[in-house]
Design a protein around this ligand. Structure first.
Ligand code: MN
Length: 256
């Protein structure tokens, strides 16, 4: 199986190697990743400047390339130059942090899988979900969990406009619960923009905020990961609200 891997934490992100190790169990891995961290870039792409691609050093057994761009750029460069005859699987991650609920709209990790999906390739995004500021990411858990569950992952539906977002709780492998199929939950931020002062007294603003989420609903990705399970969420590239479309059209089905 021909596998393209990218991420948004950059070519030096430890989760990238963690994912490559898991993927090497099932196929030939080629890595194309941003030369530096580009987290929270969403589905942006580079259009107003050239992309430069270099063979990355220190990757031992893996073929790895770094790009002065974003995860979407990496997938497109990868499908054009690195796997010119196409590939079978696009993987993005493992992200250093969760991509739950609305986070997926900001996520460069999820965007990498989304771009694979747009190109018609079976795609997954993977994230280690630590829900506080002091838990380590436990990438070794990510490697082991993914390596053990390829059969499950590759048996999931692969259809046009569909990809899978996977969040693995950041804890030792033996403490990870069962995988669960989940819908996207809600993960919003309180006090998102914080006003601060620089050393000269000039104001600046820093975005971060405190996460507010309801961990009690096990049908959501947020609830599943909060309860220690692995969330498997099918994501559609069709953002249309078909129920609303049907309603405003007076009951006629939106797909006809
Ligand atoms: Mn990231």
């Amino acid at each position: 199986m021909r596998i393209l891997i990218t991420n948004d934490d950059g070519i030096h992100g430890p989760g990238l190697r963690a994912l490559a190790l898991a993927a090497a169990e099932i196929g030939d891995v080629k890595i194309v990743a941003p030369e530096r961290e580009r987290s929270a870039c969403g589905h942006a792409m580079t259009m107003r400047e050239p992309l430069r691609v270099h063979r990355a050093g220190s990757w031992h057994d893996f073929e790895a390339h770094e790009v002065n761009g974003l995860p979407v750029d990496c997938v497109n460069v990868g499908l054009t130059e690195i796997w010119p005859d196409g590939c079978d699987l696009v993987l993005s991650g493992i992200n250093n942090g969760p991509n739950l609920g609305f986070d997926i709209t900001y996520s460069g990790t999820v965007a990498g899988a989304m771009e694979g999906c747009i190109n018609g390739i079976r795609s997954f995004s993977f994230s280690m979900a630590m829900l506080d500021g002091h838990t380590p990411p436990h990438f070794e858990t990510g490697t082991a969990w993914i390596a053990r569950h390829w059969e499950t992952l590759l048996a999931l539906p692969h259809e046009p406009l569909l990809f899978w977002n996977v969040n693995i709780p950041a804890r030792p492998l033996e403490e990870v619960g069962e995988p669960r199929f989940c819908r996207m939950g809600e993960r919003v931020y309180k006090d998102r923009v914080e006003r601060r002062s620089d050393p000269w007294g000039r104001p600046y603003w820093w975005q971060g905020g405190i996460v507010v989420m309801d961990p009690s609903d096990p049908t959501t990705d947020v609830g599943t990961v909060a309860q220690g399970g692995v969330s498997l969420t099918p994501i559609s590239l069709d953002w249309t609200r078909h129920d609303v479309l049907d309603r405003v059209r007076g009951g006629a089905t939106s797909r006809t």
